[in-house]
Design a protein. Structure first.
Length: 421
């Protein structure tokens, strides 16, 4: 189908208003091939935006396209969340911080709660900005602290100390540094994190985690229903629902961060949830910050075959030709506009396509400039080890797919700079 034909299909759908569009969208194999990443400023019917007040309609359209073709549609936010403070230690890190564990219930009855671990700086004299992110192997692995609750939900056995898909004490402190709590506190930031399996176990099964609690009893997962990454991103938004009620947190300065699959999730959360002030997807790669169309690194057919549960069923139809996608990840970054986004990478992590990510950022920059924000202030990728901390930021260092103190320094330098504006 040519773009003009697609335009007719879409115009017909538009007659019923955008809310009805998702049902009218063409099947993957009926979509036209688009060689380059789709322009974030051009509507699906080919119309280019000319006025800033047209942006919300385009953003809403992009949201529907990502839901329909890629991540699946999550349920609306619950009216409220309930929470219980499980533990609190006001003298953490030699009195520099308060550690808090909070259980967040978002309903319906029986849905698995979020177990949030937070460390908040003391004596700031004001509420603190927060870096919120998912972790891979449980809160207890991130700090050397025997009081932190062990997860009781399903765990992958590759996580340290896990046996028979259960967490054990042996994993305590095994991943210290992944979330650099003490360093963040010293720089005036709080950190909040929870295990992504609290929301949905990372396995190809939609009958566990949150999924069965949000559909009719006999219903099965449909091709456009929320898959794992959408569920995790929705979970991050539920943690934000709680953080908004926590007086020690400045809810104007919420940073959503994540590494790798959790970075893909951070970007989706930031794109969909405008309460997020800054988005930092670290080495997020395919299905996150790198273009689906790029021939470099992980391809859609790789990711969909190894992790079939991360994206909705419809997305698998693009395995052989990602150029049929009416969206690309530049558009997901653009959905964050005008809020700052920082993409961070490592040279030896070509699987995550660092250069493709720079291209996506550049293209997203058009939406930022359209909205009056400077966007990306460079034409070329910066040299190794030299962070580009413009409004849309980029960083690539030597080394591999990992999280280091140096990475955390860059995250917080970026946040300092953006919040100072
Ligand atoms: C795999 C996968 C990546 C993902 C990474 C991770 O390498 O192919 O897409 O980012 O796992 O989450 O650790």
């Amino acid at each position: 189908m040519k773009r003009a034909t697609l335009a007719l299909v879409v115009l017909a759908a538009c007659a019923a208003g955008w809310s009805a569009v998702a049902e009218e969208l063409p099947e993957a194999d009926k979509l036209p091939v688009i060689e380059e990443m789709p322009d974030p400023l051009v509507m699906l019917d080919g119309q280019r935006l000319t006025e800033q007040d047209q942006w919300p309609a385009r953003r809403d359209q992009l949201r529907q396209l990502f839901e329909h073709y890629m991540y699946g549609k999550a349920p609306p936010a619950p009216e409220s969340v309930r929470f219980k403070v499980r533990s609190e230690d006001p003298k953490y890190f030699d009195g520099k911080a308060t550690k808090r564990e909070v259980t967040v219930h978002y309903g319906p009855e029986g849905a698995p709660p979020i177990n949030l671990l937070m460390v908040v700086p003391n004596d700031l004299g004001k509420s603190a900005p927060v870096v919120l992110g998912l972790n891979f192997c449980g809160n207890h692995t991130l700090l050397d602290d025997e009081t932190i609750a062990l997860p009781t939900v399903w765990m992958p056995n590759r996580c340290p100390g896990c046996e028979g898909n259960k967490a054990t004490d042996k994993g305590r402190g095994a991943r210290v540094g992944r979330f650099d709590f003490e360093y963040a506190v010293e720089r005036g930031y709080s950190v909040a994190t929870f295990y992504h399996g609290d929301i949905d176990p990372d396995v190809n099964d939609f009958n566990n985690g949150v999924h069965p609690h949000f559909r009719e009893k006999e219903a099965r997962q449909g091709p456009h229903d929320w898959a794992c990454i959408a569920a995790w991103a929705w979970g991050l938004s539920r943690a934000i629902d709680y953080l908004e009620k926590d007086e020690s947190i400045d809810n104007e300065r919420i940073i959503v961060y994540g590494h790798s699959r959790n970075g893909k999730t951070a970007l989706l959360c930031g794109a969909f949830d405008e309460r997020v002030a800054i988005v930092i997807p670290h080495q997020a790669g395919c299905g996150g910050s790198s273009p689906s169309r790029s021939p470099v690194g992980e391809q859609l057919k790789d990711i969909n075959s190894r992790f079939p549960h991360w994206f909705c069923g419809e997305f698998h139809k693009f395995n052989d030709d990602p150029r049929r996608l009416p969206i690309d990840q530049n558009c997901l970054i653009a959905m964050c506009a005008p809020r700052p986004v920082l993409l961070t990478n490592a040279k030896d992590d070509q699987w995550a396509d660092p250069s493709g990510q720079f291209d996506a950022l550049k293209s997203a920059g058009k939406a930022y400039r359209f909205l009056g924000s400077p966007g990306l202030e460079a034409e070329k990728q910066p040299p190794l080890g030299q962070p580009l901390l413009s409004h849309l930021g980029y960083y690539i260092r030597a080394g591999k797919h990992s999280v280091t103190r140096d990475d955390w320094k860059v995250f917080l330098d970026f946040a300092d700079k953006r919040f100072a504006k």
